[in-house]
Write a protein that binds this ligand. Structure first.
Ligand SMILES: *[C@@H]1O[C@H](CO)[C@@H](O)[C@H](O)[C@H]1NC(C)=O
Ligand SMILES: *[C@@H]1O[C@H](CO)[C@@H](O)[C@H](O)[C@H]1NC(C)=O
Length: 412
């Protein structure tokens, strides 16, 4: 009877074990087949000039807690901290795991690991482990895991581990200094930390790996063509003061961001366009151009969208500059309704501008833009798309990236 019961229990356990294994086996097979196009994280990071963890500040810390699971009884206890930083170590881009113990704890073993994904099942998530002698009473230690030590899929945009979450695993084996008998336990990032998951016996945490291109635009001229047509500001046809302001903010922030990112000799012009293009700032400093933009008030006259005139107003401004790198930035929420309205005509006009050496960046917001037209006008063949007309500022990073990329195609 007893034996029978045990057998049944075993069978049930065996069954559920089978179910998990086969589920994971399928997942593993998928991962294995996907792995054929994996490359090291370092491969992706090396395509960028600057790599940081978590934010521009390049530091991410986790408190480490002893949970007393299966070992001692008692509440969880903070025993240490680990701070992560990206650093160059012998020409490689690496993650430094800087461990420190708290209270009376000393470390006896230190572990560090990194991988592309926390959800990927891994038996043992660490690339580095180091034993330290309790006699030495070590309270601080750094382990280094380089980005060439784990693989990553190319991702939807071929930037691999860059500008997405990677997974880090931190673990500390600690003991109480001066205690007898000497007992050790493990400390992990907190259980209630939402960025972390428990995977097997280990806790692993997601952090952003931010990669960016530093671009030195030393000498360049920009002209923003800013749409002031009715659809942006007239509530009767879906506009609002908020939408209008979002566009103004975007242009001001765009000028400031380019100036901050760029070099020493940059100049800016601004034209507005409704029924007609009008230059409101000829080539001038960033401060003067953004002041002119800030002073644009919400129109009261009903304007159409004259893209032809917008393009030629900025072309004239940029033709006044001897600079090699000249960029026309068209910002709009609509389709051409005044002036040339056929795509073919406008694309021909855009092509002539591009042939003269001016690059065009197009930014379109909302539901009424013509993506095909904006793509065709843009030098890169792709416009920067903004979902809502109240959210122009969300295009700021894309604008900087586009300008930066364009600058690399211009001889210095
Ligand atoms: C690092 O790279 C530089 C330039 O490529 C090279 O001169 C130097 O020897 C390298 N250092 C090491 C430790 O590999
Ligand atoms: C910028 O504005 C100031 C104050 O209005 C003016 O004195 C200065 O000449 C302007 N700079 C340029 C380059 O237009």
């Amino acid at each position: 009877m007893n034996g029978f019961l045990r057998l049944t229990a075993f069978a049930v356990v065996g069954l559920s074990l089978c179910a998990t294994i086969s589920g994971e086996a399928v997942l593993d097979r998928k991962l294995m087949s996907a792995r054929t196009n994996y490359l090291t994280c370092d491969h992706y990071a090396s395509m960028f000039d600057k790599v940081t963890i978590d934010s521009e500040d390049n530091i991410k810390c986790f408190s480490l807690f002893i949970e007393h699971w299966g070992g001692w009884e008692g509440p969880s206890e903070k025993a240490g901290i680990v701070c992560l930083k990206i650093a160059e170590v012998t020409n490689k881009t690496c993650i430094k795991f800087q461990y420190r113990t708290l209270n009376d704890y000393i470390m006896t073993r230190v572990f560090a690991g990194a991988s592309a994904n926390c959800h990927e099942k891994k038996e043992y998530p660490f690339q580095k482990a180091k034993r330290v002698d309790p006699e030495d009473r070590v309270r601080a230690k750094t382990l280094i895991v380089c980005l060439d030590s784990f693989d990553t899929p190319p991702g939807p945009d071929d930037t691999g581990c860059c500008n997405t979450e990677i997974c880090v695993a931190a673990k500390l084996e600690v003991g109480k200094s001066g205690s007898y008998p000497f007992i050790t336990d493990y400390a992990f990032p907190a259980k209630d930390n939402k960025a972390c998951i428990t995977n097997g016996f280990f806790r692993r945490c997601s952090v952003e790996l931010l990669c960016s291109q530093s671009c030195d635009i030393n000498t360049a001229a920009f002209c923003f063509a800013v749409d002031i047509s009715q659809s942006l500001w007239d509530p009767v046809i879906g506009g609002s003061d908020e939408a209008f302001q979002s566009e103004i903010d975007f242009v001001v922030m765009g000028i400031e961001a380019i100036e901050t990112d760029g070099g020493v000799d940059l100049e800016y012009g601004v034209a507005t366009f409704g029924d007609d293009g009008e230059v409101i700032a000829g080539l001038t400093t960033s401060a003067n151009a953004s002041e002119a933009v800030s002073e644009i008030t919400v129109p009261t006259e009903k304007f159409g969208t004259n893209i032809e005139s917008a393009l030629s107003a900025c072309e004239t401004v940029l033709n006044g500059s001897p600079k090699e790198f000249r960029v026309l930035i068209l910002v709009t929420d609509g389709v051409p309704t005044v002036g040339k309205t056929s795509n073919a005509d406008l694309v021909a006009q855009g092509d002539a501008i591009k042939t003269s050496g001016i690059q065009i960046v197009t930014i379109g917001a909302g539901d009424f833009i013509d993506s095909v037209l904006l793509n065709d006008l843009s030098t890169s063949g792709s416009f920067i798309s903004v979902d809502s007309i109240t959210d122009f500022t969300s295009a700021l990073d894309a604008l900087l990236a586009e300008v930066c990329e364009r600058s690399l195609s211009v001889p210095a």
